[in-house]
Design a protein around this ligand. Structure first.
Ligand code: NAD
Length: 525
């Protein structure tokens, strides 16, 4: 949606502006949020202009000074109040997510739990993760060398619609705990949960404006990307991630990009077939397949392929779509439904066989979960992010072939491997930021594991200690503890300095006794 960011100006006869622009009035445009399952109006939010975004960033800048100066314990107390208020509102929040996004209430409540576990972890870990580290000073033995971590200032968090509280909280919690203020731009499809989070923060955290929300569509996000924030944490599609990185290059604003995925699952012949099938069905169909770490393609070794496929089909046929007790809810947007339909039609046209569901089993925002076999690597469903309830299963002759096909992707977010013998080695061969072994998507729930991808799935890490330090600036300090006659930081060197430096090189790294002792030491240990 396009918004006008320039206030109206009068011009003189030459066409040049002669009246300074008035302060930007709040935008009159609004976004209406409709329940994808019923079409009912859930609420509306303003479409904020670039000027309004800049004002929010300025308020956050002021807040960051006070917030960043607090001790970890003080920030922990404030964030603890925030955490408790979210927990106390969990039913309301789950209901809002359910109505705004279309997912079942239970799935929405699990999302709130996951968001809280990350907030809790960030609060508890921030002090340790940001503790100054004494590091070796190497040949500068007369120095104390330390690495320190300090808040960056203001973080822009731009989020998607598929997990409207869990996904942004993966950045918001860690950024706040590290001492930054946050300006959050939720998806235009699910902004109400962001507005609610900012309201909870405003009434629980003593420092005002430490978490604000700016609402609108892509143009509001673009304005935030071009603003004076100190870092942009973006979660969304690869296409938007590239646009944000280009916009951020204007100010060299650092970016953290959590983008799309095409997660592969590999099932070796010694896997527990029943458990693997159960995992595949959950991994591919949770959140109606609208998860960045959904299982999007499955490679199964020939020896167990038929048993695996039969079990998957049984499991999928037992699932219910829609209704209060449905396993799969409504798809959040018709635009996403159209992408899924296109991928299914492409697969069928290229020879894939539909075992259940299929391109015709779509009605409005509801898609019946689909199992596809006879799939090949050139199909959209095996190459591009489908982001829907589809389980494509390919037969492979060996684990080596499965690894080759898994790694034949521009994406590299999550993955899953199943088997017994050498299964950890198998996990290490998959080119992805994260791998679950004999499970699916578990890495997202383990708060101390860094989360993020490689390739077109993005870079940077949220969650864990890395997720805290991602929102800090690293400061290296070198402090002289005692003086040496041969100081490399002074021009006042002895006359034979050249010979001494040369002697040092030979002693330490050449064939000298110290170097030989060092090599022997390294061989032993
Ligand atoms: P999207 O890229 O369409 O939108 C994401 C956010 O970016 C929205 O808030 C949107 O308003 C904003 N935006 C759009 N254009 C912008 C611009 N030019 N500048 C700045 N902001 C802009 O993504 P989506 O459809 O909301 O989310 C689905 C995608 O998110 C999928 O690809 C999914 O894989 C990905 N995702 C990734 C992760 C992860 O952790 N890697 C997690 C969840 C979702």
């Amino acid at each position: 949606m396009a918004i006008t960011t320039e206030p109206p100006r009068s011009t003189n006869a030459t066409g040049a502006s002669n009246i300074p622009p008035p302060p930007a009035p709040p935008s009159a445009a609004t976004l209406e949020i409709k329940n994808p399952a019923t079409g009912e109006l859930v609420g509306s939010v303003p479409v904020m202009s670039a000027a309004e975004v800049d004002q929010a960033v300025a308020r956050a800048r002021a807040a960051s000074t006070e917030w960043g100066a607090l001790s970890h314990a003080e920030r922990g107390t404030e964030l603890g109040k925030f955490r408790r208020a979210i927990a106390e509102s969990c039913d309301d929040l789950a209901e809002l997510i359910h109505r705004e996004n279309g997912k079942p209430r239970l799935e929405a409540l699990v999302e709130v739990l996951m968001a809280l576990s990350h907030l809790d972890h960030a609060i508890k870990r921030a002090e340790k993760a940001m503790a100054p580290k004494k590091v070796s000073s190497g040949i500068m033995a007369n120095y104390r060398a330390t690495v320190g971590y300090f808040p960056l200032g203001v973080i822009a968090v731009i989020g998607p619609w598929n997990y409207p509280i869990f996904t942004p909280m993966g950045s918001i919690a860690y950024a706040l705990a590290a001492g930054n203020a946050v300006v959050f731009k939720p998806s235009e499809l699910t902004p109400l949960i962001g507005v609610r989070l900012a309201e909870i923060a405003a009434r629980t955290i003593a420092t005002p404006h430490v978490l604000q929300v700016v609402t609108g569509a892509g143009a509001t996000g673009a304005a935030l990307s071009k603003s004076t924030v100190d870092k942009i944490a973006f979660t969304g599609s690869t296409a938007t991630g590239k646009r944000i990185m280009a916009a951020a290059s204007e100010r060299l604003t650092p970016v953290l990009l959590e983008l799309g995925g095409k997660d592969a699952m590999i099932v070796a012949d010694d896997a527990d077939v029943d458990k693997a099938a159960e995992g595949a069905v959950f991994g591919a169909l949770t959140n109606a397949g609208q998860a960045c770490v959904s299982i999007e393609r499955i490679y199964v070794v020939d020896a167990i392929y038929d048993r695996f496929v039969a079990k998957v089909v049984d499991e999928v046929r037992a699932l219910k779509v829609g209704g209060d007790d449905g396993h799969l809810g409504a798809m959040t947007s018709l635009a996403q439904v159209a992408i899924v339909k296109d991928h299914l039609q492409d697969a069928v046209a290229r020879g894939a066989k539909v075992l259940c569901g299929g391109p015709d089993a779509i009605s409005g925002n509801y898609i019946q979960p689909t199992v596809l076999v006879d799939v090949t690597q050139d199909m959209k469903v095996m190459k591009e992010e489908t982001f829907g309830p589809v389980v494509p299963i390919a037969r492979v002759s060996s684990v080596d072939e499965a690894v080759r096909l898994s790694n034949d992707s521009k994406y590299g977010l999550g993955s899953s491997v199943w088997g017994k013998h050498a299964v950890r080695e198998l996990a290490n061969r998959v080119k992805a930021g994260m791998t679950s072994i004999n499970s699916v998507v578990a890495f997202a729930g383990i708060t101390s594991l860094p989360f993020g991808g490689v390739g077109e799935s993005g870079f940077g890490r949220i969650h864990g200690d890395e997720g805290i330090r991602e929102f800090t600036r690293t400061k290296s300090t070198a402090e002289e503890v005692f003086s040496l006659p041969l100081a490399v930081t002074s021009f006042k060197l002895p006359k034979n300095a050249y010979e001494r430096v040369r002697g040092l090189i030979q002693t330490l790294y050449g064939g000298g006794l110290v170097a030989r002792a060092g090599d022997a030491w390294r061989k032993i240990f």
